[in-house]
Design a protein around this ligand. Sequence first.
Ligand code: 1HE
Length: 266
Amino acid sequence: KKSIDDFVLENITVAMDEAGITTVTLNRPTKRNALNAETIEELIEVFSHLPRMGARAIVLRAEGDHFCAGLDLVEHHVEDRRPEDFMHVCLRWHEAFNKMEYGGVPIIAALKGAVVGGGLELASSAHIRVADQSTYFALPEGQRGLFTGGGATIRVADLVGKSRMIDMMLTGRIYKDDEAISVGLAQYLVEDPEAKAYEIARAAAENPPLSNFAICSAISHMQNMSALDAAYAESVVAGIVNTQPASRDRLEAFANKTAARVKPKD
Ligand code: 1HE
């Protein structure tokens, strides 16, 4: 069975504690964590295996002042790619980001600085995004003479809506602070995104893994289905999750009036 020590990685580091709280760090700060082909392969490797290695929740963080500057523009320039080359580059990005979104383990992105272009595509593949005052979001593809290729047309459009995404791409508009929250680019704006991300990860890891698996894969799959098929799939998933042995104690505690009630804190 694969363990964390078996990963051979240049641009990413991975660590897991006894509780399965896992840290994935983008570790190419001198290049603002720009995503070159090698880093994408490492993301595929890591996110293919972590769900089977006991990861209960994953914090995705970055070294340096910026979360991720997107596509490695220098590599892209030097490689002088043909259309079919870049199409395959994009397929690898999709492989990595689909592994994240559909992997069934909660991923919480702790953001800072630039979350731009492919960096926003990466962040939008996480299940929850936590930002701070330094965090800013943009899709500078239009200005660079490029187009998104890492799933933004699906995931970023899903977060902010089509018109906002088109505006971001046409004009380079930057979102930050409360405005970024209100348009849906991040769910939390805090002073310490990493502390908040670990707090969320630890809370999520208290849920039975099967519940989290459904939450962090079924909802995404169902969005790709017709409403009729999604409702059917939901009944199948709920049939399995809602009868799992791991939930019996929790239901018993509720029935015995010893479980916490769902109420806002005073
Ligand atoms: C890079 C990249 C990169 C930095 N590819 N090398 N993304 C962008 O259009 C954003 C491009 N980056 C920037 O606008 C800025 O670098 C930042 C605002 C993120 C940071 O600024 P700053 O002043 O801290 O750093 P810097 O001096 O610009 O860059 C430091 C180094 O990182 C420098 O390398 P060095 O070897 O000269 O030290 C930069 O070249 C390098 N660097 N960003 C390559 N992106 C699947 S399609 C997705 C399409 C897209 O993602 S388009 C959006 C691309």
